[in-house]
Design a binder for this molecule. Structure first.
Ligand SMILES: NC(=O)c1ccc[n+]([C@@H]2O[C@H](COP(=O)([O-])OP(=O)(O)OC[C@H]3O[C@@H](n4cnc5c(N)ncnc54)[C@H](OP(=O)(O)O)[C@@H]3O)[C@@H](O)[C@H]2O)c1
Length: 226
């Protein structure tokens, strides 16, 4: 039975990843900040879908969960948890929010890979996917603003690129843009629904091979510009 660990799995894209992988018979380690209030996720809990408390900005908690799951093989590690930061414009940037955004969107995925690499190496597939955003593409930035979010995702893209060199054959690591999706973050007016986006991203993950490591993919499999 293949295994997957997903962060931020109580709502939005993370919850949809849990739904889809579990319905296809995967063993799912579903992480979220507050399991007590994660009612939609709790409804999916079973012997093969277990829920784990994890605030990704709490490095002690990341280390503790990696220790708790020591010896567990994780085929696919999905760094999905993310925050949008705020829209404070040039001239009045909110640096507290900026710092927090970097912690969650950039530093946490790297620390998670550091702590969970032994689990991924013990898996058969050895795949790591970070959910990034096209808003982190420097080439695609034609409108400015959104400093915290854009910067945190551009930096996540760079983390992924360095990981691909440092991990070599130990794991394939990619960044995935989910499209503009109707979640709390994407808003109700987004053109894509979570099932379509997640089906696409799962397809990209399933089709990865060694030569893909370090790359930036759209949910539909197209390669995106940095
Ligand atoms: N939706 C889009 O259009 C879109 C586009 C591009 C990229 N993305 C990316 O896709 C990923 C998922 O976003 P989404 O659209 O599903 O957004 P969402 O509905 O706002 O969900 C965000 C998820 O991240 C979790 N999270 C936030 N901070 C966390 C922390 N410190 N520790 C653990 N979990 C935390 C949230 O948990 P809580 O419920 O506890 O807050 C929630 O489960 C994000 O990385 C986002 O940047 C989304």
């Amino acid at each position: 039975m293949p295994t997957v660990l997903i962060t931020g799995s109580n709502r939005g894209l993370g919850l949809e990843f849990v739904r889809q992988y579990s319905s296809e018979g995967w063993r799912v380690y579903a992480c979220c900040r507050t399991p007590q209030t994660a009612s939609a996720l709790n409804a999916l809990a079973s012997e093969t879908v277990t829920i784990h408390a994890l605030d990704v900005s709490d490095f002690t908690a990341i280390e503790a969960l990696a220790g708790e799951l020591q010896g567990v093989a994780i085929d696919v590690l999905i760094n999905n948890a993310g925050v949008f930061g705020d829209g404070s414009p040039f001239g009045s940037i909110n640096y507290e929010v900026f710092r927090k955004t970097l912690e969650v969107n950039t530093l946490a995925p790297l620390r998670i890979v550091e702590c969970f690499l032994p689990h991924v190496e013990a898996g058969e597939l050895k795949r790591i996917a970070h959910v990034t955003s096209k808003m982190g593409s420097i080439a695609d930035n034609t409108s400015g603003g959104r400093y915290a979010y854009r910067t945190s995702k551009a930096a996540l893209n760079m983390v992924n690129r360095s990981l691909s060199h440092d991990l070599g054959a130990r794991a394939v690591t990619v960044v995935l843009h989910p499209g503009w999706v109707a979640t709390d973050m994407g808003g109700a007016g987004a053109p894509l629904q979570p099932p379509e986006s997640v089906t696409g991203m799962r397809g990209v993950i399933a089709g990865l091979s060694a030569g893909d490591s370090g790359k930036f993919y759209n949910y539909d499999g197209a390669e995106l510009p940095w």
